[in-house]
Design a protein around this ligand. Structure first.
Ligand SMILES: Cc1cc2nc3c(=O)[nH]c(=O)nc-3n(C[C@H](O)[C@H](O)[C@H](O)COP(=O)(O)OP(=O)(O)OC[C@H]3O[C@@H](n4cnc5c(N)ncnc54)[C@H](O)[C@@H]3O)c2cc1C
Length: 322
């Protein structure tokens, strides 16, 4: 893999525009990720409205600070050294879920399980798959989240994206969706999304949600500190999932420091106490190595990195763009 160009160095402190009000320095990020690892952000802001996001992005551009967004942190691995740059978290009114006829218009910080539950209450069908995805609408769009065959793109009508240039709407076919990915870059923040749903009796949708929850409880560990699937499922002729390959390669239960592959689901890594991101990356490396040696398959991570950290098998470091 070729090395990414290094980010532009920030201008000297004396030339930098001061951060807008509400930007905090050295803000600890570990508690904003579901696996609870990683260091602080040099700049951090909680934002409540789309215009404020655009303003922060303009400041970051002028101050040449890289930008990243944290949703529910359910697919994130944050560098132990932290993040040099601006980290944004949407909240408050940006977590709203509003009905407009057969649509739900949601803020980027609305949580998918809450969106699925609200839709069920209102007798709106199509977003049931969100019930078990512990992320936000913005994170789900960025990651093209799905479950049980339900696809975000099937119900997504438009998203509103904030950039340093302001706000604009994009249709799903402009988002470059592919397996667990979209074309959204670090300086493009999903602040709202509209889902076009269908009518169905509320009781029937609630029964579907209950069934999905039960299936998930049976298949995956719950109540642990994890970021869900570690690796994407490979394009395997035999149809084997990443979990099957990891299990067959003997990774289930393997531990490094306080991190281990879950004894219940080999594609989940859990932080059993005070694991570091370095422990988790060492486990990813080992899992990938053993699967490659045994099956000749290169697993690709699903989890996203934040800050100055890279996967051990990549030479370049992961640097969010400006
Ligand atoms: C127990 C468990 C089960 C899971 N099950 C599933 C599943 O069934 N299906 C599935 O697809 N995923 C699953 N996941 C993974 C995860 O929940 C999804 O990828 C989710 O969409 C991530 O959303 P988030 O808000 O937590 O994003 P984060 O983890 O906070 O961020 C992920 C990426 O999205 C970006 N991002 C976050 N918010 C925004 C925004 N507003 N605008 C632009 N970019 C943004 C971040 O910068 C980062 O690059 C699971 C995770 C866990 C812990």
């Amino acid at each position: 893999m070729s090395a990414r160009p290094p980010p532009p160095s920030p201008p000297p402190a004396s030339d930098r525009p001061p951060p807008p009000p509400g930007v905090e320095a050295d803000y600890p990020l570990a508690r904003l990720s579901t696996v609870r690892t990683g260091g602080p952000a040099s700049h951090f802001a909680r934002v409540h409205d789309p215009a404020q996001v655009a303003e922060l992005l303009r400041w970051a551009r002028a101050a040449r600070q890289p930008v990243s967004v944290v949703g529910s942190g359910s697919n994130l691995l944050i560098a132990d050294e932290g993040v040099a740059g601006l980290v944004i978290k949407l909240e408050g009114p940006l977590a709203s879920i509003e009905r407009e006829g057969l649509r739900l218009v949601c803020g980027g910080a609305a949580r998918l399980p809450a969106v699925a539950a609200r839709a069920a209450q209102l007798g709106l069908a199509g977003i049931e798959f969100g019930v078990n995805i512990p992320g936000t609408v913005g994170g789900a769009v960025r990651m093209n989240a799905n479950a049980y065959g339900g696809q975000l793109a099937q119900v997504l009508e438009w998203v509103e994206v904030a950039t340093h240039a302001g706000l604009s709407r994009r249709a799903p076919d402009e988002l470059g969706f592919s397996y667990r990915s979209s074309n959204l870059g670090p300086g493009e923040v999903v602040v709202r999304a509209s889902f076009a749903l269908g009518e169905r009796p509320s009781a029937e949708i609630k029964a579907v949600l209950a069934d999905m929850r039960a299936r998930r409880r049976a298949a995956q560990p719950s109540g642990i500190k994890t970021f869900g699937s570690t690796f994407k499922n490979p394009d395997d002729e035999g149809g084997r999932t990443a979990g099957m390959l990891l299990e067959a390669a003997g990774l289930r239960g393997l531990r490094i420091g306080a991190a281990r592959f879950s004894p219940k689901h080999a594609n989940f890594i859990e932080n059993t106490g005070s694991a570091s991101t370095a422990d988790i990356l060492a486990l990813l490396h080992e899992g990938r190595r053993r699967v490659r040696e045994r099956f000749g398959i290169e697993l690709e991570p699903e989890v996203q990195l934040l800050g100055e950290v890279s996967f051990p098998w990549q030479e370049s470091s992961n640097r969010p763009g400006p």
